[in-house]
Design a protein around this ligand. Structure first.
Ligand code: PEP
Ligand code: MN
Length: 264
């Protein structure tokens, strides 16, 4: 795989003077919730609105996402706010539906990156399209599996790729929900410098009071962007309630972050 500077163009095209910010709820819950959050994020540093429609839950019995109806809500949110829309896709059927609804950005979740068959079927459906595709690290700290996911998409002709570090699951008791392995992501970036690197402090920390600290760590390591779960009423969110922040809190986080000035 030889990722060229052409791959970075999608990020450069945003012409941002700050890191790329992707924000929105862990899960789309209702049309009103989606629209309210999107409107609150409209005039902020956020460029891409995220919402999970199909939720891969570790154990059955919980909320598994609203399904395809949520894509209609995202279309409406896009029409009303101009924000680009991002959803998680885990199989070919999800990708087909996302394409039919003009979703701009697709991301592959940690539980899907571990499965080469699933990533391959996603890549096959995306072949010939022009979507931005972001690959989260697999659940376990296996760099080859992560790179393999990117390669499957790259080989399918996807030219707007990026990766998201969301930490790795562990049996140990730590302050993190998923331990960040900064070194591993740096190794990935040093091998593929034109692959934008985004940090997901929400799933790394699992708690909103640590989002700023971990976001800052990522920016200090030259990450290109952040994906931060943002909800109008975090405490009552249908998934990941402990880690989501309000739109107001998100704006404060963006304001408080120190961004390195790159010298030309
Ligand atoms: C999510 O982004 O809501 C999600 C399920 O994340 P991950 O794949 O990182 O667990
Ligand atoms: Mn989540």
């Amino acid at each position: 795989m030889n990722i060229t500077t052409e791959n970075r163009k999608w990020l450069d095209d945003f012409k941002l003077t700050h890191p790329l910010v992707i924000a929105g709820p862990c899960s789309a819950e209702t049309e009103a919730q989606v629209l309210k959050i999107a409107h609150e994020l409209k005039n902020s540093d956020v460029s891409i609105f995220r919402a999970g429609i199909w939720k891969p839950r570790t154990r059955p019995g919980g909320f598994e996402g609203v399904g395809a109806i949520g894509l209609k809500w995202l279309q409406k949110a896009k029409a009303e706010t101009g924000l680009l829309m991002a959803v998680e896709v885990a199989n070919a059927a999800h990708v087909k539906l996302a394409l039919e609804h003009d979703i701009d950005v697709l991301w592959i979740g940690a539980r899907t990156t571990v499965n080469p068959f699933a990533v391959q079927e996603i890549a096959d459906v995306l072949r010939g399209t022009n979507k931005i595709v972001l690959v989260k690290n697999p659940v376990n700290p296996d760099l080859s599996l992560w790179i393999g996911g990117v390669e499957r998409l790259y080989n399918a002709g996807i030219k707007k790729l990026g990766v998201i570090h969301r930490g790795f699951s562990t049996y140990e008791k730590t302050k993190y929900r998923n331990i960040p392995e900064w070194q591993l992501a740096i190794e990935l970036q040093s091998r593929f410098p034109d692959l934008p690197l985004i940090c997901d402090p929400s799933h790394i920390t699992g708690r909103r009071d640590m989002i700023l600290e971990v976001s800052q760590q990522a920016l200090d390591l030259n990450y290109d962007g952040l994906m931060i779960e943002t909800h109008i009423d975090p405490e009552h969110a249908w998934s990941d309630a402990a880690q989501q922040v309000t739109p107001t809190a998100l704006k404060k986080i963006c304001k408080d972050l120190r961004v390195k000035k790159t010298t030309v």
